[in-house]
Design a protein around this ligand. Structure first.
Ligand code: 2AM
Length: 222
């Protein structure tokens, strides 16, 4: 019935506390500011602008997408496959409203999205849907064979006209390349960590010190 459908949220996830959201926004904006001034980045700016050597202001390029969170299950108010089963999982009902410490281990930028990779603990993986990576296989074929949790991320921004669902797909592409043994091109050791280029406008910085982010496991209806 319509009432039952309405009782399921748009999505479940970990919602970062507001103080850490501010810190992450600052750190990530500083990173964008530095990235688009690097010669190595300018050399590949055509991926972002469509024109060779044209400058790009990444801070303007990505639009923020509301409260920072790491989606576990997109339910679409019950319309998404497996939504009801997920909502009824013992781990989900047990941990609903509980506090967690999330670890943000990398930042990544593509011509479509800007995100942070989240490294899940064994306990956090109990809340991760079994099919989160497989579900992405139509967009990223290699995703089906990636470890559980490979898709976990926080969307920090999207390019004009891009929906946030793309951030996890972009991360899966990069993780797939890493798993295939593609080292990427180590571009620079920055204060934040090592910056690697994976081609086609895909950049990732592995954080020297992962950002520890307190978060609440909950759901959102909008
Ligand atoms: P995000 O997790 O990358 O931010 C509401 O749209 C939230 O659900 C957003 O946070 C969004 O992306 C996520 N989302 C939207 N559609 C999705 C899908 N098909 N699969 C997984 N997550 C999705």
């Amino acid at each position: 019935s319509q009432l039952e459908e309405m009782s399921l949220p748009l999505y479940f996830g970990w919602f970062l506390l507001s103080s850490i959201q501010d810190k992450i926004r600052c750190t990530s904006m500083d990173f964008l500011k530095t990235l688009d001034t690097l010669e190595a980045f300018k050399k590949h700016s055509i991926d972002f602008t469509g024109k060779a050597e044209k400058e790009v202001d990444l801070e303007q390029y990505f639009k923020a997408k509301g409260t920072l969170h790491c989606t576990t299950k997109y339910c679409d108010y019950g319309k998404a496959e497996g939504a009801k089963e997920y909502a009824q999982k013992p781990a989900v009902t047990d941990f609903y409203g509980s506090a967690f410490e999330m670890s943000l281990s990398a930042l990544f930028v593509t011509p479509r999205t800007f995100g942070a990779r989240v490294s899940l603990t064994e306990e956090q993986l109990l809340l991760w849907p079994d099919d989160a990576e497989k579900e992405a296989a139509s967009a990223v074929p290699a995703a089906a064979s990636l470890p559980l949790g490979s898709r976990a991320h926080v969307t920090l921004g999207c390019a004009e006209g891009i929906e946030p669902v793309q951030t996890g797909l972009d991360l899966l592409q990069i993780v797939a390349l890493q798993q295939e043994g593609q080292q990427g091109e180590l571009v620079e050791e920055m204060e934040l960590g090592s910056l690697t280029y994976y081609g086609e406008g895909r950049w990732l910085i592995s954080l020297r010190e992962p950002i520890c982010a307190p978060a609440c496991f909950s759901s959102s209806y909008k």
